[in-house]
Design a protein around this ligand. Structure first.
Ligand SMILES: [Zn+2]
Length: 267
């Protein structure tokens, strides 16, 4: 027999209104991955629960099994990350990190490395010595690694040769870096295609590699010009968008397959 009540530790990724006074929470947990639960009465001003289930709050929950969604019966804040909440820009970054975790996670799939990263990143965001834009790039690279989309930055994605310290190319479609020769002559033959290949400066490549391979305690010391930082940001944004769109497409494709199969059965 399954237990009716169980405890989880969670970070609140998303909150939406549900019914007249309830909230539907999207939670990220160390053992159960992403999950959703209902906080009953959380929108009532008198609710004692609501403060413990704010966005990005690290919270200890007692849940009751529901028929469809589980119900939060008790909530206690572990860490509200108050330093980060004092700065609107940093709150904006926390929203962004939470959205990335939400979009790249599937319900019920444990990802302990990503959970630990997210928890640490919320702490780092509250520390004024950390550059939030650099932190976001570090977070993106680690997240991509932990969800299985680590961009290749050391070998040419097509021929496998070590990348020379010159201007190279980057393709989100191909999944990483291309040497100039492959980018200019082999584009049509590259697995996954590389129509989107764009020039990548040597400085930006070094920064990406540094962020991908160092711990934050080391990486946070990087001092970058706005130009390099925006080149790195634009590249990662392209890479992330490519993978999210592909994800959604694959979900849709599977849905179509299923629909097609059931039509087939009926015929
Ligand atoms: Zn090559």
């Amino acid at each position: 027999m399954r237990e009716r009540l169980y405890r989880v530790e969670a970070i609140v990724l998303k909150r939406t209104d549900y019914g007249e006074a309830d909230r539907l929470l999207t939670l990220f947990t160390p053992d159960l991955g992403k999950m959703r639960a209902i906080a009953k009465g959380a929108r009532k001003p008198s609710s004692r629960k609501s403060g413990h289930v704010e966005l990005f709050t690290h919270t200890a929950l007692l849940l009751a099994k529901g028929r469809q969604l589980d119900i939060i019966t008790q909530a206690d804040t572990i860490d509200a990350f108050l330093p980060l909440r004092e700065n609107l820009e940093r709150v904006g970054y926390a929203y962004y990190l939470a959205e990335l975790v939400d979009r790249f996670s599937e319900e019920g799939t444990e990802n302990r490395a990503l959970y630990d990263l997210f928890l640490r990143a919320l702490n780092w965001l509250g520390d004024a010595v950390n550059n939030p834009a650099l932190l976001a790039r570090f977070f993106e690279l680690r997240l991509l690694q932990y969800v299985g989309y680590r961009p290749q930055l050391f070998k040419c994605i097509h021929c496998g040769k070590a990348i020379e310290p010159i201007e190279n190319y980057f393709s989100a479609e191909a999944g990483g870096i291309l040497d100039p020769d492959c980018a200019q002559t082999q584009r049509e033959h590259i697995a996954g295609h590389a129509r989107d290949a764009q020039i990548l400066s040597l400085t930006a490549l070094k920064v990406l590699r540094y962020l991908q391979t160092r711990e934050w305690e080391t990486a946070r010391g990087l001092r970058l010009t706005p130009e390099v930082l925006s080149e790195v940001e634009a590249l990662l944004q392209r890479f992330i968008t490519h993978h999210l769109e592909r994800n959604l497409k694959s979900v849709e494709f599977l849905r179509e397959l299923k629909a097609g199969a059931s039509v087939g059965r009926q015929a």
